[in-house]
Ligand binder design. Structure first.
Ligand code: ZN
Length: 409
């Protein structure tokens, strides 16, 4: 039963001999046929993208994915193994954009969506033979002759069927997600892509005065590093458990975190009038900074509470624009705040923003600051150095932007 092993054994050659034996004798097919009629265990490959070359990471996952079906076969199950190809997605589209010398969503639409899709379909099979050779070489057993392919209509229709079934059961709704987004490329970026594009930049931050509703000369003081989000403001957020001071400075009274008063006001220039917890201000109303027609139906412009507000920078009062920040979006849902998005997918102000219409957000910062100044709502502007993400592809500053969970790309 045993043969002595040659001390000069060539492992690579040995593997090739085994593979050839498997192939010649149809061992994979037999291993399935042998258990025909027994209890089934199905394996669908989590499909790789065929328009990229296989790399060492794929070998690791393929080896692991091979172990379970083999084990189940040895335990007597009838194990069908279907390979698959993921033909959708951004990597495919990027390849074709490069090939056609076009760039971004708008240029794809100009080129024509249907012909673009055709090009994508052609391109996805570029490296199939590399994938087949790699899979064979590592002894990965799966039915590669009849794979499922995500661009096949029967596959797409089964996804639709699944979605409709979930919808019919009332388990699905349309929402939005705040994503790092490049307004030039018209696409959301993965966290991995965002991490590649951080740069230290100096930008203008502002301290804005939000007038307490129905009172004169009394303000909540809030700080923001993105003045362009102020026209989409719907609330101010305080930390329920922190102390907030109200101080008198000349004719005016300001409410801000007690711990940050000394950072913003010189000793002796103010008088402390009261000290309250953020909780006591919850639902207190203020007047909006701008009077744009936002179309918002729900109640807005009041104080909300959340723990994410810290006292490390600013005033301890955070301006909330649910369309432009993950925490803002979360707080907005919790308080049922209206969703106001005064900026379109190109990063430009929409017509409702009147005089700001068509302006790119970062260019609008200066205009907004001068408007605040004119309205007496600017307390202070300050250069602020921080690390900000830029698009790794085109160097445009990324926006944190609420995108409908149903839109493409
Ligand atoms: Zn970009």
């Amino acid at each position: 039963m045993y043969k002595p092993v040659d001390t000069n054994l060539n492992f690579v050659e040995r593997e090739k001999e085994v593979l050839a034996f498997w192939k010649e004798n149809q061992i994979f097919e037999k291993s399935i046929a042998l258990n025909e009629g027994k209890k089934g265990f199905n394996f669908y490959d989590g499909p790789p993208t065929a328009n990229g070359k296989p790399h060492i990471g794929h070998i690791l996952t393929r080896v692991m994915k091979d172990i379970i079906p083999r084990y189940k076969t040895m335990k007597g199950y009838h194990v069908l193994r279907k390979a698959g190809w993921d033909t959708h997605g951004f990597p495919v589209e990027l390849e074709i954009e490069k090939l056609l010398g076009i760039d971004g969503k708008q240029e794809i639409e100009n080129y024509g969506i249907e012909p673009f899709i055709e090009k994508c379909k052609e391109s996805v099979w570029k490296y199939t033979s590399e994938w087949k050779n790699m899979s064979d070489r590592i002894g990965y057993w799966a039915d590669m002759d009849e794979p499922y392919i995500t661009y096949d209509n029967n596959y797409i229709e089964s996804v639709w069927w699944a979605l409709k079934t979930i919808y019919d059961k009332g388990l699905i709704y349309k929402g939005y997600k705040i994503v790092p987004y490049c307004p030039r490329c018209g696409t959301a970026l993965s966290s991995h892509e965002v991490a590649q594009g951080y740069k230290d930049v100096k930008e203008i931050s502002v301290y804005a005065k939000f007038k307490v509703k129905g009172e004169s000369n009394r303000y909540f003081l809030a700080w923001t590093t993105t003045p362009w989000t102020l026209p989409s403001n719907v609330a101010l957020c305080m930390n329920a458990n922190e102390d907030y001071a109200e101080i008198q400075v000349g004719e005016e009274r300001f409410i801000l975190a007690d711990a940050l008063v000394a950072k913003l006001f010189e000793e002796g220039t103010y008088e402390k009038l009261s000290l309250k917890k953020g909780k006591e201000y919850e639902y207190a109303e203020y007047e909006p900074l701008f009077n744009y027609e936002t179309g918002a139906k729900k109640k807005a412009h009041y104080i909300v509470n959340d723990d994410y507000v810290t006292l490390t920078d600013g005033t301890g009062i955070v301006h909330i624009a649910p369309a432009f920040g993950e925490d803002d979006g979360r707080v907005g849902r919790r308080y049922d705040l209206p969703f106001v998005q005064m900026v379109n997918e190109r990063g430009k102000f929409i017509p409702e923003a009147e005089d700001l219409e068509g302006m790119f957000v970062k260019d609008a910062d200066k205009v907004i600051i001068s408007k605040l100044k004119a309205n007496g709502a600017l307390f202070k502007e300050e250069m602020f150095e921080h690390s900000y993400p830029f698009c790794w592809r085109c160097d445009t500053p990324l926006l944190y932007y609420a995108r409908s969970s149903c839109s493409s790309r």
